[in-house]
Design a protein around this ligand. Sequence first.
Ligand code: C5P
Length: 268
Amino acid sequence: MAVPPMTVVQFENGPTKSASSPRPSRRETLSARERLIVALDVTTKEEAAKLVEELGDSVEFYKIGHELIFGGDGIALARDLVAAGKQVFLDAKLLDIGNTVERSAANIAALGVTFLTVHGHDSKTMRAAVAGRGESALKLLSVTVMTNLTQDDLSEQGFEMKSDQLVAHRAKLAAGSGFDGVVTSAREAALVRQTVGRDFLIVTPGIRPAGADIGDQARVMTPARAIEAGATRLVVGRPITQADVPKAAAVAIIAEIDAALAAGVGAA
Ligand code: C5P
């Protein structure tokens, strides 16, 4: 199946191929295809490699999360994908004392991956990650509030703030700590865009094409609405990985992103 023609808009500092090259300051254009990140939420490197092969040229950016990192050879997979010219988002969601976070971020930067997540609860942890990535091309994303958490879940953790207020607060904290962007629900993308301005990366999971099963996600949005709300990149897992024909599902989502870009709304 062919990938639809691309509409590109000015949006963010674009990807870089190597962790040793300096991060570019100029804005580059992002196509609909480049905006899709497929979450490889499987438990073995072999299963992930099979999916990557099936998706072929339709997808160029993959997210590797905890299931693969712990026991699934996720780090080796990250190396293989980078060597194959794909971009990798290592969703390690770091949270530890500064010394550990700094050294972990330095090791991850050396892998040549493009994005790394750190829990954005406090600026101390985030500044440690910034120190660890040094002059590398690694971009740091703060996890604001997990997209499966409801207001009741946040109250249980002792937060009195509303979910969107907490997201905006953490987005500001991330920007002030030298981070490149946030991972947040698409439902909060417009608020984050207003809070942190145009150049900050907004990466949104919890994406569901109209009519798709939402699974355990609580705050979902369609691909088109997420782009309209100002999301830079969309993370999509099960709607693609569990589709009967994953490549067809990816191509359909790229077409939806492309149509939203062509309509010219949102997307900064
Ligand atoms: O299958 P689905 O599209 O729901 O997958 C979403 C992916 O995004 C999962 O890999 C999940 O770990 C990740 N994620 C999330 N919410 C966050 C951060 C990451 O759902 N706040």
